[in-house]
Ligand binder design. Structure first.
Ligand code: NAD
Ligand code: UDP
Length: 328
């Protein structure tokens, strides 16, 4: 879609898995897109096909440093997201969340841009409430190996809520539950990319712990649809929604409520890659690994008129096709 005066969007973390899908969608929607990334876990390969579009530009930049530009909308995604990546450099991880959101909120404040921050289901930690609702405050270790990510994201939410209350910044937040799809890094260690790569290469499938811990898996296209709908909403509608639900700030879960044990996921992956020589093997559970996770998405349904459409079987099939192109 070509508009005479396209809206301008800044996407941080644009070369990552989700950022790349969001940039593509924004271009399809007619936006001029500035993609910002320091390429820590992202790669230009994810966005290479977008460079031909004259409404797309890339900036190599670290969100922990201030950034200037005039934008209508800021989508803040910059932060390593897989446990092996964020634990590889924990100090940079927490800085990416905390200094990153601070810099982006300052930019939003100065330019009157709307800002949508991507938080995570990890703010609930190893949850004592199931399924997880937005009003649940979580059960998070402040000093464990996952804390750099979980606490960084929690602090980022606090920053966004306070910039909104104190300075009137139009900040919105989404807590994303495990999301998967094409453009995931094949070696990022997340469970879906691990299992598919292991099954395709005939390596053993590594189940951590007893494999009975659960997760709920959202396909990337469903998430991107939710982000776009959220950003499109007028501020008044969001304020009224917060008031109606006594929410201190606009924060909603997005995820697919289908809940699976990790063992079920491994079995489904093998069903979809039938010739695989891989066997299931058990490895020690990493510390602070949440035992159950499933989103309550009632608020997202009400606010956005949205719910996920892609079933795990279908999304897995599409993701397997993508990973096959990498191992050929
Ligand atoms: P990803 O690792 O593929 O993408 C993150 C991107 O941010 C990468 O391109 C990386 O290079 C960039 N980045 C990291 N630190 C940066 C910095 N300091 N400055 C600039 N760029 C930086 O991860 P993803 O899955 O695409 O996640 C995107 C966002 O969504 C993250 O904020 C993540 O916390 C959030 N999220 C993702 C999931 C999921 O399941 N995929 C779940 C919850 C939350
Ligand atoms: N997991 C696993 N084998 C792997 C990778 C992950 O059993 O090779 C488990 C992991 O312990 C966790 C779940 O799968 O219980 C999801 O892990 P992931 O790293 O994808 O996301 P997160 O733990 O952040 O939800």
């Amino acid at each position: 879609m070509e508009l005479k005066f396209p809206k301008k969007a800044l996407v941080t973390g644009a070369a990552g898995f989700l950022g790349s899908h969001l940039c593509r969608r924004l271009l399809e929607d007619g936006y001029e897109v500035t993609a910002l990334d320091n390429l820590f876990t992202g790669t230009k390969n994810n966005i290479i096909s977008l460079f031909d579009n004259k409404r797309f530009s890339f900036v190599l930049h670290d969100v922990t440093q201030p950034f200037w530009g005039q934008f209508d909308e800021i989508y803040n995604l910059a932060c390593p997201a897989s446990p092996i990546h964020y634990q590889h450099n924990p100090v940079e991880t927490i800085k990416s969340s905390v200094l990153g959101i601070m810099n982006m909120l300052d930019l939003a404040l100065k330019t009157k841009a709307k800002i949508l921050h991507t938080s995570t289901s990890e703010v609930y930690g190893d949850p004592l409430v199931h399924p997880q609702v937005e009003k649940y405050w979580g059960n998070v270790n402040t000093i464990g190996v996952r804390s750099c990510y979980d606490e960084g994201k929690r602090c980022a939410e606090t920053f966004a809520a306070d910039y909104r209350r104190e300075y009137g910044v139009d900040a919105r937040m989404v807590r994303i539950f495990n999301t998967y799809g094409p453009n995931m890094h094949p070696k990022d260690g997340r469970v879906i990319s691990n299992f598919i790569m292991q099954a395709l290469s005939g390596e053993d499938i590594t189940l951590f712990g007893d494999g009975l811990q659960t997760r709920s898996f959202q396909y990337c296209d469903d998430l991107i649809e939710a982000l776009r709908r959220y950003m499109e909403l007028p501020r008044g509608a969001i304020d009224a929604f917060c008031e109606r639900h006594s929410l201190g700030a606009p924060v909603i879960n997005t995820g697919n409520p289908g809940e699976y044990t990790i063992k079920e996921l491994a079995e489904e992956t093998l069903r979809q890659i039938p010739g695989s020589a891989s066997k299931l093997v058990y490895r020690p559970i990493p510390s602070d690994d949440p035992k159950r996770r499933k989103p309550d998405i009632s608020l997202a349904k009400e606010l956005l008129g949205w719910e996920p459409k892609v079933h795990l079987k279908e999304g897995l099939a599409k993701t397997i096709e993508y990973f096959k192109t990498l191992v050929r």
